[in-house]
Design a binder for this molecule. Structure first.
Ligand SMILES: *Cc1c(COP(=O)(O)O)cnc(C)c1O
Length: 386
């Protein structure tokens, strides 16, 4: 018994997600996958294994539905889940060789930027950080023959700069480099980087993919089952940053509502951003869906059906004013992370290092599934109180 989504016929992402890209259980007819906590797999008398699985650091049946669904969503040839988004990203850099050159965004997920600079210095991988949305700057940074990897994050956390993936892929490939995209904020609902020319897509599955703020996980999806992908597979097996079976099950279950969650969050973010743009207490509303956003045209081209659920507010009066606004919010939890069903607010400068390029007056907002008018009213009240 199998679902239409697993029968090989092309289907929309809504249908894929709803059906989870899984076959119904042959014995019971169960429509949800089972959780396999086993760490090892027994052989028969002739020392044969019943499946290719040997040990669950290598392969675990519970991670397979989430990986199959991710590969289908991104239009990739394969997917790997990891213990966290950072583990997924780190694996990409750790499978480079000393002497390789990497170009990455100046403004990106801060923990990855920090780790990458430290890793590069220790492992002899040269790292250049540039504004990747500025294609001239990107072109100047890429060194033909030496650059192995161009890393993008779009929209980029927490300024939501948008990089043209197709143009960056062309630039990278012309120089003999591969293109990887951290697509955590865009999600496969709005952007499919592989179709735009990327070689690899990375997600912090902790965020929108799982969507319920109760799993730490990461994922990579590849365009081709090529040599770099085989190296990544081998790396995960041996370095061992695998997703646990319970987390993998929750991730797969969470993903089945991805499209409805993300579309609603994007519509609400657009509603909030539009309502607050020009507010006298704000220096800027950063949201790629606003026509005033400097990269709106690129965003409109490469993001289908919405611009994501993340926006940032720059508050007049610097860090103290931003912190005071965050303190007055009633519907937004003051917490790091993003992409869950509940709205969150975070003063990034409080958690980033002093040399961070992120403005001190910036509040990052993750729009959840609450009523968008109530969220807007809460933000207005916090901006207007004195
Ligand atoms: C959260 C996040 C990461 C890191 O993922 P973890 O699951 O927290 O390890 C990487 N990139 C982006 C854009 C993120 O938001």
């Amino acid at each position: 018994m199998s679902s239409p989504a697993s029968s090989g016929s092309p289907v929309s992402i809504d249908t894929l997600l709803a059906q989870g890209a899984i076959a119904h259980d042959r014995e019971s007819g169960a429509v949800a996958p089972a959780i396999h906590p086993a760490t090892t797999y027994a052989r028969d008398e002739a020392y044969r294994l019943p499946s290719p699985r040997v040990y669950s650091r290598d392969d675990n049946a519970t991670t397979e539905p989430a990986e199959a669904l991710l590969a289908a969503l991104e239009g990739g040839a394969g997917a790997l889940t990891f213990a966290s988004g950072m583990a997924a990203a780190a694996a990409v850099f750790q499978t480079l060789a000393p002497g390789d050159h990497v170009v990455a965004p100046r403004v990106m997920y801060w923990a990855l930027r920090g780790w990458l600079l430290d890793f590069g210095a220790r492992w002899g991988v040269a790292v250049d950080l540039v504004d990747t949305h500025d294609l001239d700057a990107l072109r100047a940074a890429v060194r033909p023959g030496a650059t192995r990897l161009v890393w993008l994050e779009t929209p980029a956390n927490p300024t939501w700069d948008v990089t043209d993936i197709a143009a960056a892929a062309q630039l990278a490939h012309d120089a003999g480099a591969r293109l990887a995209v951290d697509s955590t904020a865009a999600t496969p609902v709005h952007t499919r980087p592989l179709a735009l020319g990327a070689d690899l897509v990375m997600h912090s599955a902790t965020k929108y993919l799982n969507g319920h703020s109760d799993v730490i996980g990461g994922a990579l999806v590849t365009r081709a089952l090529d040599e770099p992908w085989q190296r990544l597979r081998a790396h995960r097996r041996t370095a061992g940053a695998v997703l646990g079976p319970f987390e993998a099950w929750l991730l797969h279950r969470g993903m089945r509502t991805l499209a409805v969650r993300v579309r609603r969050q994007s519509a609400s973010a657009m509603h909030v951003a539009t309502a607050l743009e020009g507010h006298p207490a704000l220096a800027a509303v950063l949201y790629p869906g606003l026509p005033s956003h400097p990269h709106h045209a690129v965003a409109a081209r490469q993001m289908a059906g919405g611009f994501g659920g993340m926006l940032s507010l720059r508050v007049h009066g610097g860090a103290p004013a931003a912190l005071a606004v965050a303190g007055r919010l009633r519907l937004f939890a003051r917490a790091t992370s993003l992409g869950g069903v509940e709205s969150l607010v975070e003063h990034r400068a409080s958690v980033e290092p002093p040399d961070s390029p992120v403005p001190k007056d910036l509040l990052r907002v993750s729009i959840g599934l609450e009523d968008p008018d109530e969220l807007t009213a809460d933000l207005r009240a916090a901006l207007e109180a004195r």
